[in-house]
Design a protein around this ligand. Structure first.
Ligand code: IPD
Ligand code: CA
Ligand code: CA
Ligand code: CA
Length: 262
């Protein structure tokens, strides 16, 4: 069976190749479809990139499984063995409208435990990656452990939709949070927002609903840097379940849950 280092080397090579395919697609006309609603977009490139990984993983690591946003492994009900959790393009709306602010996100989980995290900001050629227990890196440069910020000095990533009427949270709570922190930002890619938390560009990121492919890669990297990722009740996230999510350094994580969410 392949060792974790070998899997990491291979994943790095493939994610860069997949990034090249996406860059090349900027010269082509995208085929854009909608999924659950008119704003839920998917392109031929989302499908192409997921397919790219499925084919290569099946050939090189036939005993590994894949859970991917665009259809792979949606019937998985347990996390035994090695599972690659892949979002081929996180931030598809940005990809379509802006050709930036999107990423490829991969979390590699062994028997339910996150072992490898990779988030590739394709346009900036910035690959954030880690093997659990060996530190996290931006390309070849080691990323410093996460630092705490006070609530009053923190910048929080949050989709503005959660400040409007919605079924998941009282908008007065999110409005109060946004008023009381130093600043708020909405980037439109959960994977990038998680990596911004990991690298200190954001101090916290909050979402009311994400899928495992949105948060797997980022969670593994944040945890490697000493940060905390849970649902809004403070429970660990599960790599097969959709959930709410809050990511931050441990003290700020606790402060936000205590002051606003419990
Ligand atoms: C979406 C992005 C977005 C988040 C959505 C996700 P997609 O992923 O991460 O920031 O708010 O919940 O679905 O569909 O672009 O891969
Ligand atoms: Ca999507
Ligand atoms: Ca996503
Ligand atoms: Ca996606």
């Amino acid at each position: 069976m392949a060792g974790i280092e070998e899997i990491h080397v291979q994943a790095v090579q493939w994610i860069k190749e997949a990034g090249q395919r996406i860059i090349q697609s900027f010269e082509t006309i995208l085929d854009i479809e909608t999924k659950s609603n008119m704003n839920d977009l998917v392109t031929n490139m989302d499908k192409d990139v997921e397919h790219f990984f499925i084919e290569r993983i099946a050939e090189r690591f036939p005993d590994h499984k894949v859970l991917g946003e665009e259809g792979s492994g949606h019937d998985l009900d347990e996390l035994n063995g090695i599972v690659w959790i892949i979002d081929p393009i996180d931030g598809t709306m940005n990809f379509v409208h802006q050709q930036r602010n999107f990423a490829i996100s991969i979390g590699i989980v062994e028997n339910g435990v996150g072992r490898i995290g990779l988030i590739y900001d394709v346009v900036h050629d910035e690959l954030y990656h880690c093997i659990k227990g060996e530190g996290a890196f931006l390309n070849e440069k080691r990323i410093e452990p996460m630092r705490e910020a006070t609530l009053e000095e923190s910048i929080v990533g949050l989709n503005a939709i959660w400040l409007t009427d919605n079924k998941k949270i009282d908008k007065n709570i999110t409005a109060k949070l946004v008023r009381e922190v130093r600043g708020s930002r909405s980037y439109g890619s959960a994977a990038l927002e998680l990596i911004y938390v990991a690298t200190g560009r954001l101090d916290a990121y909050i979402s009311m609903r994400l899928a495992p492919w949105d948060f797997a890669g980022g969670t593994i990297i944040i945890e490697e840097l000493g940060g905390k990722v849970t649902d809004l009740q403070g429970n660990p996230v599960h790599y097969l379940k959709k959930s709410s999510l809050i990511a931050a350094a441990p003290k700020l994580h606790q402060t936000i849950i205590e002051r606003y969410l419990s």
